[in-house]
Write a protein that binds this ligand. Structure first.
Ligand code: SF4
Ligand code: SF4
Length: 63
């Protein structure tokens, strides 16, 4: 069961914390907040979810 990364752009304040903590460096900041550069490379570690102060990025279990 793979998890999917979800971004709630309206909650993201573009602080860049998740971009810094992602161990495989696949997150970046754009005009509408954070976005995923290469989802294929996500190792589903949950660092972004744990570090985001605004709950704007999280992993969701696939059914
Ligand atoms: S779950 Fe881990 S690898 Fe995937 S985007 Fe978040 S910090 Fe990066
Ligand atoms: S840590 Fe949260 S608020 Fe900050 S850039 Fe990442 S998703 Fe946006």
């Amino acid at each position: 069961m793979k998890k999917t990364l979800v971004i709630e752009s309206s909650w993201c304040k573009s602080c860049g914390i998740c971009v810094e903590y992602c161990p495989v460096k696949i997150l970046d900041l754009g005009e509408e907040g954070v976005y995923i550069k290469d989802e294929e490379k996500c190792i589903v570690c949950g660092q972004c979810e744990q570090r985001c102060p605004d709950y704007a990025i999280y992993l969701e279990k696939n059914e």
